[in-house]
Design a protein around this ligand. Structure first.
Ligand SMILES: *[C@@H]1O[C@H](CO)[C@@H](O)[C@H](O)[C@H]1NC(C)=O
Ligand SMILES: *[C@@H]1O[C@H](CO)[C@@H](O)[C@H](O)[C@H]1NC(C)=O
Length: 576
């Protein structure tokens, strides 16, 4: 009652004063002189830096004040020295370059963490080395336990595909399952094939291929959906192992300046769609509730489970905590270039009559997309080949037309090979290109062999064309397919010089340094609806930033060479 009277009186006073400008002024000056100014004291002030903000309203600054894990103000030190008070920690950056916490738009975080503890075959360039690493793993394993690993790329040793015969003698008593770096092909030894019951009589499943000898005998290589024949037999990874994998992966990401990731879940098509939800409940909710989250994570779930996600978002919203964000749904339309399963209009020149695979029925995918979009979810679809990309662009356009205009930020994951004119469709229809620059380093040598020189040159990794067409371009690594390393990925997008080359692959598609950095910061945030919270060093946003080893922006912006000195999340140094 008392409060009501006071409020009514105040409202009355305000309204009457509004008609009396002179008195009004008097009133306000009296009022403000009565209330002492509330002094906001920062927890942390970083000064004397070369701070790149990714915020167009103030691209560079030298200082930043932080309180409660968020940015109070960015600017010159004189404009924010009033925030320095009792207990404020001041860090003199000695002119070091600072960038916003880097965002990786496409990772398989738990798979990456698990793979760190398995046989890591990334970068292996000889058959002998490949076999030796498997041999070492077998020697350290209990008889009968699974030898799991991945990251191999046969292009590094001249292209010959591995077969069970490489490793059968090395591992007679341990089943082996080694996934190719792109996740679309895996090698089983004969024991694994036996356990899974894969023989010369097993038919190729829809959307997959069992590689065979002329006799019909499986070689041990299983492609796309055929991998499912084995995955259900592979040793279950325990909850503890997956939790450890998340922690291991997050720590590793922080060493690379990554403070936010979009986790697209399943590493390859074929694992059960349930897995993402099991990981969500067992691993992510556990980590969030026990304060074990170290990087901000936005989760995507299999499109077949869209209604479950839609219900959960209705109940909980988009932001579960400062660490965990519910994203949208993810699907696949084709395979990969390396496994000759990406879908193209024309055949692969190294496997005539093969145009690649549709790994999902396009009509089912279209119906699922329609339903998910109608419920307000963001949709992200993996498309690598030129035909696959056009199919998804067509589908997105018709779904948008059917469901009406809204800010939906449809995403195409990879958008790797685009037919003439298709790059312009992304910007025109507000479709996000979620691309991985470092993959071009692997494909520069092989794409011309698979597609022919002209096709490869015209279609591959068209970052400049996409930006020119006003597309929102978000960068990622696809870790563990490629290493998680945004500074490297930025350098790749700017230079496009593959290992052992002395010139750029498709130089006309090189992009500017600022565009590349933007694609790993604010654009990546926009691509996952996270830009209200992070992605730039702007007042009110989470104080996630990276201090780099260089103090010259001019040098740094030439080619992005620098290393991560320290990573801060929520205003706290978390690495080293
Ligand atoms: C800023 O850092 C530079 C480089 O270490 C140093 O020379 C300079 O004295 C510093 N300025 C202030 C105001 O601390
Ligand atoms: C897709 O949706 C259409 C229209 O609702 C329906 O007629 C069709 O049977 C559906 N197709 C599949 C494969 O579910």
């Amino acid at each position: 009652m008392n409060r009501f009277v006071v409020v009514s009186a105040a409202v009355f006073l305000l309204i009457s004063l509004a008609y009396l400008p002179l008195l009004n002024q008097l009133y306000w000056s009296t009022l403000t002189s009565l209330i002492p100014p509330v002094r906001v004291v920062a927890d942390l002030v970083v000064t004397n830096g070369t701070i790149f903000t990714s915020d167009k309203s103030l691209p560079f600054a030298d200082s930043m004040a932080i309180r409660n894990g968020r940015i109070l103000k960015v600017g010159s030190f004189t404009t924010l020295k009033d925030f320095v008070g009792d207990g404020t920690v001041e860090v003199n950056l000695e002119e070091k370059v600072v960038v916003p916490g880097l965002i990786d738009s496409h990772v398989h975080l738990i798979s990456g963490g698990l793979q760190m503890a398995q046989v890591g075959l990334r970068g292996v360039s000889q058959k002998e080395e490949f076999c030796k690493m498997v041999k070492d793993a077998v020697q350290n394993a209990k008889e009968g336990s699974w030898i799991l690993g991945g990251g191999w790329n046969n292009d590094f040793w001249g292209g010959e595909l591995p077969s069970a015969s490489w490793i059968d003698e090395i591992s007679p008593h341990n089943p082996v399952w080694l996934i190719r770096m792109d996740g679309h092909m895996a090698l089983a030894n004969s024991l694994t094939l036996k356990i899974a019951g894969v023989t010369s009589f097993t038919e190729d499943p829809v959307g997959g291929t069992i590689m065979r000898l002329p006799s019909g005998e499986p070689t041990g290589l299983l492609i796309d959906a055929a991998m499912e024949l084995v995955t259900s037999f592979v040793k279950e990874v325990s909850v503890d192992e997956r939790r450890e994998a998340l922690v291991r992966a997050s720590k590793y990401a922080l060493t690379r300046g990554v403070t936010t990731v979009v986790d697209v879940g399943r590493y390859y098509p074929g694992t059960t769609d349930e897995l993402s939800w099991i990981d969500f409940e067992d691993v992510y909710l556990w980590a969030d509730s026990t304060k074990k989250m170290m990087i901000r994570t936005c989760l995507f779930f299999p499109i077949t489970t869209w209604s479950r996600l839609s219900d959960l978002k209705l109940q909980k919203g988009h932001v579960l905590s400062e660490w965990l964000y519910l994203g949208g749904v993810k699907a696949f339309i084709d395979g990969s270039l390396g496994s000759n399963s990406a879908l193209f209009y024309e055949e692969y020149i190294d496997t005539p009559n093969n145009h690649g695979l549709e790994v999902m029925d396009p009509e089912i995918l279209s119906n699922l997309t329609m339903a998910a979009d109608k419920s307000g979810l963001q949709v992200a679809i993996h498309a690598i080949g030129d035909k696959a990309n056009d199919m998804i662009l067509d589908m997105y356009e018709s779904v948008a037309a059917a469901n009406g205009e809204r800010d939906r930020r449809f995403r195409i994951e990879h958008a790797q090979h685009l037919a003439t004119g298709s790059s312009a469709r992304f910007g025109r229809h507000h479709i996000v290109a979620s691309v991985q620059p470092d993959h071009l380093l692997d494909d520069a040598d092989t794409a011309p062999k698979k597609l022919g020189f002209d096709r490869a040159e015209k279609e591959s990794y068209l970052f400049h064309s996409l930006l020119n067409g006003n597309a929102l371009v978000a960068f990622g690594s696809d870790w563990p397919v490629a290493d998680i390393n945004p500074l490297h990925s930025i350098r790749t997008a700017v230079k496009r010089v593959p290992p052992k080359w002395d010139h750029a692959w498709i130089p006309s598609e090189c992009i500017s340094f600022t565009d590349a950095l933007t694609a790993h910061t604010i654009s990546a945030a926009q691509a996952a609806f996270l830009d209200d919270h992070l992605g730039s060093l702007s007042p009110g946003k989470l104080a996630d930033f990276v201090i780099l080893s260089t103090n010259s922006w001019d040098e740094f912006s030439k080619d992005g060479s620098a290393s991560v000195l320290a990573t801060y999340v929520g205003g706290k140094q978390v690495h080293p």
